[in-house]
Design a protein around this ligand. Structure first.
Ligand code: NAD
Ligand code: LMR
Length: 338
């Protein structure tokens, strides 16, 4: 590692044995793409998570500075930095959870699929490293286009003989976070009181908020449904346009990624009743991957919830979502097998 905990380096301390506060076991987490717009605040927030005992920060640029900076925070996790492809394997060995926000973000006028050509190769290389060094780790994949990068990861793992559908999760939590925020605004409630299931995938029409299943139970006018569906589906584009060429959502994404990673870690710890939406290998539709509510546990995804009753508006949306998703999934699979 190029720049890890100075104390470890100078005094030769070996702190591999993870004990989080309260005597419970802590987890080892790696962030790949840790010096980026999402990676930096994500690294900061994971350093604040008491369930994390070791935090590995990997990127192809700037990890020494980010690591030195974050390692001064007086929280329990030991932080180590890894720079460049030659340190990827060292960054991954022994990890329980690997979070991947590596790759290029959108600029105005681009779709997430326009990122495929660059990000597909990045995700493939990183997943080859995971298959080799920590095949049992839970993987949280953030890099876009998520609808295709998750199938890419699955194909890489299948080729390596390590694929476990329970351990590969595409992060769609930002869609849920946005949906909760926008629905709470309309209902005049606190966002924390609202739970909106968002299913399908993570791009445009594939993002399908199930407004008929909002908790607490409520009803919307057709005008509200149109407004909310459009705002949730285009929340990413709203941020891309507001940033005007300086990237896409990073801060809300880091928040959502930590919320999701924390749920995965609590599941790994054995907490009961952890249910979140994620894009996973699934049988809830005829497609091989689909986002829906999943129950997280010691082995990752322990149960995939069915979609539940949909109204006519949602059924139409589902058909549209499935058509686009099918093409994105196939594109990812073909990329690895070409
Ligand atoms: P960014 O450009 O600010 O950061 C990306 C980081 O990845 C950079 O530090 C870069 O050096 C690093 N990187 C590039 N190639 C790498 C490689 N081979 N190995 C390791 N690291 C590498 O971008 P960002 O704003 O942080 O966004 C990252 C990705 O997350 C984008 O693809 C974006 O579209 C996606 N994203 C997804 C969601 C979601 O909801 N799933 C939300 C927001 C952004
Ligand atoms: C988002 O939803 O904010 C991300 O997928 C980034 C993007 O390109 O919109």
């Amino acid at each position: 590692p190029s720049n890890n905990s100075q104390t470890e380096g100078l005094l030769g301390l070996e702190r591999g044995n993870c004990r989080a506060k309260g005597g419970s076991t802590g987890f080892k987490v790696a962030i790949l793409g840790a010096a980026g717009g999402i990676g930096q605040p994500l690294a900061m927030l994971m350093k604040m998570n008491p369930l994390v005992c070791v935090l590995h920060l990997y990127d192809v640029v700037n990890t020494p500075g980010v690591t030195a900076d974050i390692s001064h925070m007086d929280t329990g996790a030991v932080v180590r930095g890894f720079l460049g492809q030659q340190q990827l394997e060292e960054a991954l060995i022994g990890m329980d959870l690997v979070i991947i926000p590596a790759g290029v973000p959108r600029k105005p006028g681009m779709t997430r699929d326009d990122l495929f050509n660059i990000n597909a190769g990045i995700v493939k290389t990183l997943c080859e490293g995971i298959a080799k060094c920590c095949p049992k780790a839970i993987v949280n994949l953030i890099s876009n286009p998520v609808n295709s990068t998750v199938p890419i990861a699955a194909e890489v793992f299948k080729k390596a003989g390590t694929f476990d559908p329970k351990r590969l999760l595409g992060v769609t939590m930002l869609d849920v976070v946005r949906a909760n925020t926008f629905v709470a605004e309309v209902l005049g409630l606190e966002p924390q009181e609202v739970d909106v299931p968002v299913v399908g995938g993570h791009a445009g029409a594939t993002i399908l908020p199930l407004l008929s299943q909002v908790k607490p139970p409520c009803s919307f006018t057709q005008k509200e449904i149109n407004y909310l569906t459009d705002r949730i589906q285009n929340g990413g584009t709203e941020v891309v346009e507001a940033k005007a060429g300086a990237g896409s959502a990073t801060l809300s994404m880091a928040y959502a990624a930590v919320k999701f990673a924390d749920a995965c870690l609590r599941g790994l710890r054995g907490d009961a009743g952890i249910v979140e939406c994620a894009y996973v290998a699934s049988h809830v539709t005829e497609l091989p991957f689909f986002a829906s509510k999943v129950r997280l546990g010691r082995s990752g995804v322990e149960e995939i919830h069915p979609l539940g009753p949909l109204n006519e508006y949602e059924r139409v949306g589902l058909e549209k979502a499935k058509k686009e998703l099918a093409a994105s999934i196939q594109k990812g699979i073909s990329f690895v097998n070409k």
